[in-house]
Design a protein around this ligand. Structure first.
Ligand code: DCT
Ligand code: MG
Length: 417
């Protein structure tokens, strides 16, 4: 392939890059004329994090280390890697040498830079290869991916009972005495629930919910949030937000909806959480008293999503534990288990709820931190609270929320931090 060197400016310095002849125009259009490092560092909430970025090779090991420490239960370390990965994702050029990253905010401790440097030099990071092969990591990763099992229970099962796999949980089921009913569901439908959900299936679930809501009452608004709204093609679940034209109209609807969905046979398991919203509790307590979770009425469901011919899995996907009713045989199986969260939102909180549930988790964390530290305002999925004036700042739309935070509007597709 014929190549040629082109020169461009990076972080105020002259740099060279080899490109393929023929692709020049396309490449040139993608290259930054001038990367404004100061602007990039000014406010990290103003950065854009697209799904498709310029540094997949560098981001991969950082995201792996984020996953590794999450699974191992060290959230602080995990967060450092996730922040470093996010910084790299936002760069408008492909990194070729470590000096291009000098003075960039968000790359954390020297260790993240070491991982980046090694990846730049060798194309891989030895630490990642070693950690990826660790038996303990592999076991904890599987266990904590079971619905109802978090990192701390996974660790307990592994350390105290020698559990390493879903089969081990099945073998030791009676002895483990796991009280949370979600785990039984998580194990029963493990294969289904660990298969990524496509955008098409997410829309199908939305359609089902939409239809059942329309039977109950008109004038609702329903939206798929989470990763799908950020443009991801697959997700681990479907996050659906629902609201009505005026505040208060949403009360009681979620219970009716669940009745309808159950009656139609769409629900394998569900757990309803009542609304616990209380302005005083949500906004005016000290940050360490405020729960990270929001207080909306919601239903955590496992849907029995009907599949059409070409969507039906070819292999038996479901592991069976001792359930009373006979599990349908493959021939009869024309459905798939899918995790769905249904969140009922009062109209006046919709904009903040949509922003919060669209994520990403790290983006929301960054926004909350910025709002708290720089604006003296508490942001969560219910609203924005001005701590100096002791009042809520209303918003009709996500655009309003960004305005209230003094930030430029960011399209969901650029919130993939
Ligand atoms: N969220 C948050 N803080 C949490 C949990 C969730 O801000 N502790 C928000 C951000 C994303 C959204 O809720 C949905 O959460 P997930 O479904 O876990 O994330 P996702 O981005 O939709 O990822 P996936 O595509 O895997 O479902
Ligand atoms: Mg999701």
């Amino acid at each position: 392939i014929a190549t040629k060197d082109i020169e461009f400016q990076i972080a105020g310095h002259q740099a060279k890059r080899q490109i393929q002849i023929g692709d020049e125009e396309e490449r040139d259009a993608k290259l930054p004329k001038k990367f404004e490092k100061n602007r990039f560092n000014e406010n990290i909430c103003e950065r854009n994090a697209p799904l498709q970025h310029h540094n997949q090779v560098l981001v991969e090991p950082l995201l792996f280390l984020n996953e590794y420490w999450t699974v191992m239960g060290d959230e602080r370390r995990a967060l450092a890697y996730s922040k470093a990965a996010a910084t790299i994702k936002c760069l408008p050029f492909t990194v070729t040498t470590l000096t291009e990253l000098d003075d960039l905010k968000g790359l954390g401790s020297g260790h993240c830079l070491k991982v980046i440097q090694e990846t730049l030099e060798r194309g891989h990071c030895q630490e990642v290869i070693v950690k990826r092969d660790s038996m303990k990591f592999q076991s904890l990763k599987i266990l904590s991916s079971v619905y109802g099992i978090g990192p701390s229970l996974a660790l307990k099962l592994h350390s105290n009972h020698g559990v390493s796999s879903v089969q081990d949980i099945l073998k030791l089921w009676n002895q483990l005495a796991l009280a949370d009913e979600r785990i039984k569901v998580g194990v029963t439908y493990y294969a289904d629930l660990s298969t990524p959900v496509s955008c098409t299936l997410a829309k199908k679930i939305k359609g089902i919910v939409e239809y059942e809501l329309s039977i109950i009452k008109d004038d609702f608004r329903i939206e798929i949030a989470g990763g799908f709204r950020r443009g991801k093609k697959n997700g681990h679940d479907v996050d659906i937000l629902i609201t009505y034209t005026t505040d208060g109209e949403e009360k009681g609807i979620l219970s009716s909806l669940m009745k309808h969905l159950n009656h139609k046979g769409y629900i394998l398991h569900w757990r309803l959480e009542k609304s616990s919203f209380d302005e005083e509790a949500v906004f005016t307590r000290s940050p360490d008293q405020i729960s990270v979770m929001d207080h909306f009425e919601k239903s955590f469901c496992v849907f029995k999503c009907p599949l059409q011919g070409n969507e039906i899995p070819e292999t038996e996907r479901t592991i069976r534990i001792d359930v009373n009713e006979p599990f349908p045989s493959q021939e009869q199986r024309n459905w798939r288990a899918i995790r769905v969260d249904l969140i009922m939102v009062p109209k006046s909180q919709w904009a903040y709820a949509l922003l919060g549930w669209t994520g990403s988790k790290l983006f929301m964390r960054m926004l909350r931190h910025y709002s708290n530290a720089h604006l003296q305002k508490t942001l969560n999925s219910h609203g924005l609270w001005d701590k100096r004036e002791n009042k809520l700042i209303p918003a009709e739309s996500e655009e309003d929320v960004f305005k209230n935070l003094g930030l430029s509007y960011k399209d969901p597709s650029h919130r993939n931090f």
